[in-house]
Design a protein around this ligand. Sequence first.
Ligand code: EPS
Length: 357
Amino acid sequence: LRVTTFGESHGPAIGCVVDGCPPGIALAPGDFAHDLSRRATGKTRHTSQRHEADEVEILSGVFEGRTTGTPIALLVRNTDARSKDYANIASQFRPGHADYTYLHKYGIRDPRGGGRSSARETTMRVAAGVIARKWLAERHGIRVRACVSQVADLRPRGFDWDAVEANPFFWPDASQVPELETFMDALRKSGDSAGARVHVQALGVPPGWGEPVYGKLDAEIAAGMMSINAVKGVEIGAGFASVAQKGSEHRDLMSPDGFASNHAGGILGGISSGQPIEVSVAFKPTSSLRLPGATVDTAGQATQVVTTGRHDPCVGLRAPPICEAMLALVLMDHALRHRAQNADVVSLAPTVPGGRG
Ligand code: EPS
């Protein structure tokens, strides 16, 4: 499966091409609205106040409501771009942003907001992810879900997946929502920003998907997550906590009834074990701040920058649907590769129940 996105945050439109989706999946423009709305800015006072329509136009790859197997091109026109917000940064580098590295790489720079590096690009990852989620659900009964599992030093006291979709923070403990609202109001008023951790899992992935060395399932999931704006870390299963674990703690004991734990995060040797795939993703605090920051201008002279425009005090709060999309796209890619490579393999291994998370 090949996916690419195109377009800038303050250009006329953004889009993606999904190539390799098998024929026969029902797909209509309305299918994208729910997940795009979960990702969108402007839904609460706690995010950027950009208000985009995010209407998806299906330009190809679908006929009479079903995918044809040919490349699917999706387009979303920008309806609330405001590049004048960014006139002041054309000659400055915002610390923590990609302005500096883009100019080194390309020798020119699109000063209209984040351009290609803006979180606006993730709109099309979520749209592409809708296709993968439908295919995984219909063909394999696989479900992908994510929640915010930390904001700054706030962590959930309880953990109830059913609470996640009922609040604007994707937070798994409803009793803490007032505390989060207070934290976010104070953060926004301070002009500073905060980081967040997102936990994303896939339920129902069968054993055997992935590759042993080049193309390990965990490596490609990690690459997919690291490619999202503002991501600075990815963990599979126990992740960095495994450093402090003994082997006798970390290894997931097995029995005919199933696995005793899931420190592996559902992947062993780069290949799915049949347990839930468990991934944690670290989002850095948004770099665009109203607080002045020391930097240099394009002539290399020391200066101060204050970023105006519409920004998220905590961009990680809107990241769960983006992480779900990336996990679904990587899993769909491996499912298609597994089907192509292993069509005639008769698995002689016993199946240890993987658990439903
Ligand atoms: C965002 C689009 C961006 C920001 C925001 C989120 O629009 P613009 O390109 O005009 O800055 O509103 O990007 C950020 C995370 C931020 O804080 O700068 C989006 O669609 O997610």
